[in-house]
Design a protein around this ligand. Sequence first.
Ligand code: AR6
Length: 169
Amino acid sequence: MIIKLDRGDITKMSVDAIVNAANSSLLGGGGVDGAIHRVAGPELLMECKKLNGCPTGEAKITKAYNLPCKHVIHTVGPIWRGGNNYESKQLKSCYKNSLKLAEAYELESIVFPNISTGVYGYPKEDAAKIAIETVMNKSAKLRYLKEITFCVFDDTNYEIYKELLKDII
Ligand code: AR6
C-alpha cells in the first residue's frame, strides 16, 4: 500500500477515483465540489440528479466526464456543530464508505480532499487525524486499492498532514 501526500488541485489528478466533499443534495456547491463540477462539465450534474442525494457519512459513485480521473466518489462530510453531534463518527464514515465503494468497483487508486475542513468548519487537525487513522486502519484489509493519496489545498492542512504523516510516508 502506498500512502501519499499531494498538494494542489484534486481536479488535475489522473487516478481511478477522486473523492468529492459534497453536500447532501449532490447538486454541486462551492469549494472542491464546485471545482469538480466545473471541470467535469454539465453531464456530472445530470448523473448526480439521478442519485437522489446522499446522507451525511455515506458515499455514491459517478463517472468523471471531463476530469482526468475515471470516477468521482461523492461523500457528504458533517457540518461542525461543536463536536458533540456525532461529527467524528460521521467524518470517519465518509472515509470508510469511500474506501468500501472504491473496493466494490475494484479501483486501484483514490485521492481524498480534506473533507469538512472548508465551508463545513471541522477543526483541521482533528479532521486530519481521523482521515489518516481511518485510512491506516483499513489499509491492511483492502484488496484492490494500492495507492491512497491525501490531497491538501491550503497551507494549514499541508503543515498538519506533513507532520502527522512524517513517520508513515
Ligand atoms: N482541490 C483540492 N482541495 C480543494 C480544492 C481543490 N480544487 N478546493 C478546495 N479544496 P470544502 P467541506 C479544499 O469547503 O468543508 C461545498 O459547497 C479546501 O481547502 O470544499 O466539506 C459543498 O457543496 C478544504 O481543505 O468542503 C458543501 O456544501 C477542503 O477542500 C460544502 O462545501 C474541503 O473544503 C462542503 O464543505
